[in-house]
Ligand binder design. Sequence first.
Ligand code: ADP
Ligand code: MG
Length: 399
Amino acid sequence: MSSFRTLDDLGDVTGKVALVRVDLNLPMDGGSVTDTTRVEAAKPTIMELVDAGAKVLLLAHFGRPKGARNSTMSVSMTLDAVEDVLGKEVMFIPEVQGPVVAQSIGILRNGDIGLLENTRFWPGEEANDAEFAAGIAANADFFVNDAFSAAHRAHATTEGLARILPAFAGRAMEKELTALEAALEKPEQPVAAVVGGAKVSSKLAVLENLVGKVQHLIIGGGMANTFLAARGVDVGKSLCEHDLTDTANAIMDAADHAGCTVHLPYDVVVSKEFSANPTSLRVCNVHEVAEDEMILDVGPQAVEALGDVLKTCKTLVWNGPMGAFETEPFDDATVALAKTAAALTIGESLVSVAGGGDTVAALNHAGVAQDFSYISTAGGAFLEWMEGKELPGVTALKK
Ligand code: ADP
Ligand code: MG
């Protein structure tokens, strides 16, 4: 039993009008869509409602039009891609409320799909204006939210509608929430968190939340340098937020109190210049970094030890690469640890959940993304969830 309403709770929807919030903020290049992953993600929910005979109205934002109509940001630009992925004709409706929408619903047959205009063309969307939401709701019978990636925003079509209409999580939302619950809310212990990436400052709240929840906190990437510096290590020319060493020490103290072991690298890959396969590349102990060298990856011994830590764990949550993985060979640690996590997941000893823009890219680069239990592509919403924040769009779906 999930703690939120899903499509299983719907009952007969024949002829009913469904408002379905999806993520159609698709990447574009010169007027055409370059990646349809987000449409694919929403397809099961849309087609389930179509097959059940509902009239399906898709709601989505597109770009940042800031509350005004803007022809360069019409959702209609995604129409061809949406039809391609769904394999079905979709009627574009250039409004979100009012008589034009009502008339269009009259034309739609049961199981037909309409695509409403960019919700952010109206200031009521981002202001979560109750009247605006009521105007959209007036044409519909129920609301389905399948856009986890927008759930950290309390907007009219991510939160407001759920307070007016009967509201349900779509299948993609359900999958995401189930995976996230299994990873941090009710995980099997011990839990390891891998946190990497460039800076401590962008992930402070994540680190502060995790120390109270996980048994092993593995810190890699550029942010490990700040923690190493806090412990008195000279990190040379490495990316390091020296003004945050007190904060880093406070996080390590909080971890101590909570019984969370913080793992920092003890060997590292360094170089004098940041380029692919530089001649000055070497591996050394963290205490041997020269003043003109930069730490660009976690070293092989530390990676092996971290793999052993994962072998003792039942759950893994991962955000942030271990090194500057876009440039070879500074992808080695990330790829090696990702492969270990993938093998443990395949062997069913580990539940592995990962998210974050660069993290997803890194796991794809390692060729193991499909082997993880769940990969979140939600970006901001995933990070806020890792920070332990309540997501308004999710709270609104709770039973
Ligand atoms: P995500 O998008 O998954 O949340 P971040 O944006 O926080 O991850 O961090 C990813 C970036 O961190 C990558 O561009 C990577 O090159 C960089 N990075 C990782 N380790 C280092 C390092 N040692 N020095 C400099 N940059 C690093
Ligand atoms: Mg990033």
